[in-house]
Design a protein around this ligand. Structure first.
Ligand SMILES: NC(=O)c1ccc[n+]([C@@H]2O[C@H](COP(=O)([O-])OP(=O)(O)OC[C@H]3O[C@@H](n4cnc5c(N)ncnc54)[C@H](O)[C@@H]3O)[C@@H](O)[C@H]2O)c1
Length: 360
């Protein structure tokens, strides 16, 4: 697909990764028309896009992706030629206590978007793949879990989702592939490892632990803390999606990851040590966060507690990102240390953002 001006619909663009992607895209492709469609669930926040909305660089529509009439209207009014689909229920813990929303949004919502794209892009029963693209954002969790010595997930790894979240994402992935095979819809898909970075909702491991630490609270780690995740800075996820949209092959899926496996406990210890260092480097944080252990000369690691494990907690995920590196020249820009430092600095500076989202 050639690089050209687009009318791009970004679903879930007020959420964590979606809003980072909206910022990324508007910086990189300022000529494009960007439309964000988001239901603003608890996870969506217009503040994430405030600067772009004020400057008129982005058009925002608050609606459910399941609302076919509104989705159809958006395709027609804005002549949408590119969809990047982030909207989802995304928190595994919530999928255990309330799986229904996950099926509605992740499976049925994706189906609604696919239908709208197919109906609007079909001309004489075919779709011009040079003109249109539907990019679906998925997760490595659809592959199930690995044991310590298993090789990392490749694009050929069979799907074996184990939570209602990953099962609903797997369902949406299959639908996306079926619209390519059956109707020739020009789709691409990415399966990414765990993201972290600015605008991360404080219910997930890194932002929850960090905001607890800054408020002088304990940090709970599930089980033994030895479960392994593969971490990627959110901007590096955006970069991978960009490459796939520009150069990826229609009908293909690409794993995105940073070859960066960490045990949960090690992630939290690195985070604690980085917080301690940042508080020493800049004493202003001690004034701003007096309840944090680092303000009292106590090592932040002292806040760590091990708590009862999550039901069905997957042991390990690891992404083999060889295909996107070889075929599209992908290479993440941040190491875990630099990305985590940037993330912590962002949270230290943006307490107005996260204090309004604290749930626990
Ligand atoms: N967070 C990760 O580490 C990670 C890793 C790999 C893939 N992903 C995938 O990336 C995507 C974005 O994840 P995230 O962490 O930014 O999620 P998030 O929960 O932060 O954001 C989801 C957004 O979707 C919106 N939304 C939810 N239901 C909707 C509906 N029915 N209609 C319209 N909008 C709706 C929410 O309001 C929110 O703004 C998801 O598809 C997720 O599966 C996430």
């Amino acid at each position: 697909m050639v690089n050209r001006k687009r009318n791009i619909l970004i679903t879930g663009g007020a959420g964590f990764i979606g809003s980072n992607f909206v910022h990324y895209w508007s910086r990189k492709y300022p000529e494009d028309k960007i439309i964000v469609l988001d239901k603003l669930t608890y996870a969506g926040c217009l503040d994430n896009l405030a600067v772009l909305l004020q400057s008129g660089k982005v058009e925002f529509i608050e609606a459910d992706i399941n609302n076919f009439e509104i989705v159809k209207f958006i395709f027609q009014k804005f002549q949408i030629d590119t969809v990047v689909h982030f909207a989802a229920e995304s928190h595994v813990d919530r999928s255990i206590t309330g799986p229904e929303e996950f099926v509605k949004t992740n499976v049925l919502g994706t189906f609604t978007l696919l239908q709208a794209a197919k109906n609007n892009w079909s001309r004489n029963s075919s779709i011009d793949s040079n003109q249109y693209r539907f990019h679906h954002v998925s997760t490595d969790e659809v592959y199930g879990m690995l044991q310590d010595n298993d090789p990392a997930f490749t694009e050929q790894t069979p799907y074996a989702p184990s939570s209602p979240y990953s099962a609903s994402k797997a369902g949406s992935d299959h639908l996306v592939n079926s619209f390519f095979h059956t109707y020739g819809l020009p789709v691409t898909m990415s399966n990414c490892s765990n993201n972290y970075g600015p605008f991360h909702f404080p219910e997930k491991l890194i932002p929850l632990s960090l905001t607890n630490l800054l408020r002088g609270k304990e940090i709970g780690i599930y089980g033994s803390g030895k479960n392994i995740r593969d971490w990627l800075f959110v901007e590096d996820h955006c970069l991978g999606i960009d490459l796939i949209i520009q150069k990826g092959k229609i009908g293909e899926n690409y794993n995105i990851g940073g070859n960066n496996e960490w045990r949960n406990v090690d992630v939290i210890e690195l985070m604690c040590d980085t917080v301690d260092r940042l508080f020493i480097e800049n004493p202003v944080w001690k004034e701003k966060y007096p309840d944090a252990l680092a303000s009292q000369g106590i090592k932040s690691r002292q806040a760590i507690r091990f708590i009862a494990d999550r039901a069905g907690h997957d042991w390990r995920y690891a992404i083999n990102a060889g295909k996107i590196s070889k075929e599209l020249g992908y290479s993440p820009q941040e190491t875990f240390k630099t990305g985590l430092r940037k993330t912590i600095q962002w949270f230290l500076q943006n307490d107005n953002w996260w204090k309004r989202k604290i749930l626990y």
